[in-house]
Design a protein around this ligand. Structure first.
Ligand SMILES: [Zn+2]
Length: 77
């Protein structure tokens, strides 16, 4: 359901551009990855937010764009 989270974050202007600090205007789905599973000693960590997207700021005068699977870091509450 990560794309839904991204979509709502962009629509709600909660996805912020790290360069100009204005809301990111656009995103494009790049790949839906299989949920990342990290196995360590005695634990298994499953990351269900495994979508890669291309984020594009889209604000005037800002050319920031990034393809990332760590998009949650740009969401503010
Ligand atoms: Zn920007």
């Amino acid at each position: 359901m990560s794309l839904k989270i991204i979509k709502e974050a962009v629509a709600g202007k909660k996805m912020m551009c790290p360069k100009c600090e204005k809301p990111i205007q656009k995103f494009e789905k790049y790949a839906e990855t299989v949920d990342a599973v990290r196995e360590g000693l005695g634990f298994t960590d499953i990351d269900s937010r495994g979508s890669r997207v291309t984020l594009t700021c889209g604000n005037e005068g800002c050319d920031w764009t990034e393809r990332t699977e760590f998009w949650s870091q740009y969401i503010t509450d």
